[in-house]
Design a protein around this ligand. Sequence first.
Ligand SMILES: O=C(O)CCC(=O)C(=O)O
Ligand SMILES: [Fe+2]
Length: 249
Amino acid sequence: MNRMAKEARETQSLSYITDRVKGFDWGQVSDDLDTQGCAVIKKLVTPEECDTLAGLYPKDEIFRSRVVMERHGFGRGEYKYFSYPLPVVISELRTSIYPRLAPIANRWNEAMGVPVRYPEIHVDFIKRCHDAGQLRPTPLLLQYGPGDYNCLHQDLYGEHVFPIQLTILLSEPARNFTGGEFVLTEQRPRMQSRVEVVPLRQGDGVLFAVHHRPVQGTRGVYRVNLRHGVSRLRSGHRHTLGIIFHDAN
Ligand SMILES: O=C(O)CCC(=O)C(=O)O
Ligand SMILES: [Fe+2]
């Protein structure tokens, strides 16, 4: 493909992603995040885009680092953090979804009595991260094989944290892998933890709270502490794309 045809195609996929993002029911997403701490967006990414994204995994030149989870006690399996510039589909998802989430994040902080507020657009939030020395991109591609899993964790990479993140399943359950469920836990103050297993198909995205969210109790609002992870793969291979909205120091 010549350069102009390639640019035309990239611009096309760019506006295509933004248009697709516009078409989702963001009111429902907001309600689900408020009531459950997570929300599924069905078919956020097409099967072709999923295959292309998963196929990037061996291309070391587009990543800044590789993490073998077992070496750090994070689980089993591996992931790679993308370098800037991010692949267009990923940067487009990151910048077009952020403005939908910023009002929710601001509402949550207000309810929890946290003074931080988030700007309307992603470039302004990224500037805040970069000014504070959080310069490294956080979108990542994860790869799991049989027996692999991801321990419960929180993706915090510095002082500045955007409180909602996105994970997209790039493989098809039952066809490409079995087991490997996406799980969330919610630790409530002085109560036992609640667990949520999120059923996803290829191309579905799950939005969820990074570390805290407010819950309306009978005696006011309380703050719950969330973690996410992946249960053990019973067979096959599973790829996911993680989109975190803050950068890392
Ligand atoms: O593979 C998964 O489903 C979880 C990925 C993850 O931890 C993330 O996107 O931050
Ligand atoms: Fe994570």
